[in-house]
Design a protein around this ligand. Sequence first.
Ligand code: FAS
Ligand code: PHB
Length: 394
Amino acid sequence: MTKKLNTSVCIIGAGPCGLLLSQLLANAGIESIVIDRKDRAYIESRIRAGVLEQGTVAALEEAGVADRLHREGLPHTGFDLAFDGDRHRIDILALTGKNVTVYGQTEVTKDLFDRRFAEGQKFHFNVEDVRLSDLKSDTSTVGFQQDGATVEITCDYIAGCDGFRGVSRQSIPSDVLKTFERVYPFGWLGIMVEKPPVSHELIYANHANGFALASMRSETRSRYYLQCDLDDHVDNWSDEAFWEELALRLGPEAAANLQTGPSFEKSIAPLRSFVAEPMRYGQLFLAGDAAHIVPPTGAKGLNLAVADIRVLARGLVEHYRSGNDQHIDTYSETVLRRVWKVERFSWQLSTLMHQFPENSPFEKRMQRAEFDYLSQSEAASKSIAENYVGLPLE
Ligand code: FAS
Ligand code: PHB
């Protein structure tokens, strides 16, 4: 027996993309159903992004979920780039008039879930075997298994917010979909520690041994990353080994302030640049990691996902309010223009700040020369700053 449901927009994925879209649609009186293969506790447990652009903060304010962000988020007006111990501060506020906010994606997801549950959002968790059909019809269908039952949701539109390994992108015919990818020859080993951060701002460091990043979640909780080999494993890294290598890569000035302690989260994430085109096929819209991935160097993944949703939500609301389809018809072109510019920045900063095994001595000198140029050129620093704080939505 098949359980049949109907809604305006079926959202696949209850990560930040899907949750934010359901909230922005609900604010406009548009109903949606959100499905996810995991449950709320699992989704909230994932540790990911840490830096929010002002555009992301504005979207969360519009969604009505920014109160805790404003209470607990840390406004940052700059960050450091370090090269073999030399440091250069990118003063994003002076260079762009904008700042960023340090507030974990985990917290953003919790705030969105709290609001969606308070407003009675329809969720289906732990779904399996999700299938999309009739994407070129006026009414599309999302079918899945849940608790042994078959469920079918008919809807006007499907939002594929199901991340890099989701089903939505794969539902676009292979003769339509074009993908572009660069897999980096290293990963990031990340840890969390309940200790004050080594500095009040982020430090991105390129050392002969590899990249390191000093970040944070609060004034008492720090987040650190080390570039590691793709075949490395967390078991190869005791806390002591991690702290010793981090101190070396950050340089003596930062190392002097490093407060170490037992790590309570240790994981390795691969780095890739990836874009799928188009981001619309019939009644299916792709958003966030379902359509694109950036290396986390530029702190763009979550922010890029939110930017997609701001454009998609605007288009869907206009469709339902006035029948104006201008913005949903141009959605893919609009968001891809910005996606590629953010991919460029994330690739550029990753290329500058990491040790590439294949780099010749000449390329290593080019990295150092670019750092020295950045350190002496306001124009070069401003270019980094305006990308870091977030490019205009269109
Ligand atoms: P998400 O992947 O967050 O959410 C997709 C949801 O879809 C998940 O809940 C999943 O369970 C669900 N789903 C998948 N397949 C499904 C299916 N078939 N059916 C139903 N549901 C399905 N970005 C930064 O800016 N800074 C960082 O430091 C950073 N670190 C990261 C570290 C890691 C390990 C990873 C993987 C990503 C990191 N990112 C970072 C990027 C990350 O923040 C993403 O950009 C962000 O989660 C994108 O949100 P969504 O597009 O909602 O995708
Ligand atoms: C983080 O705090 O997790 C973080 C911050 C900035 C980045 C990447 C990750 O560029």
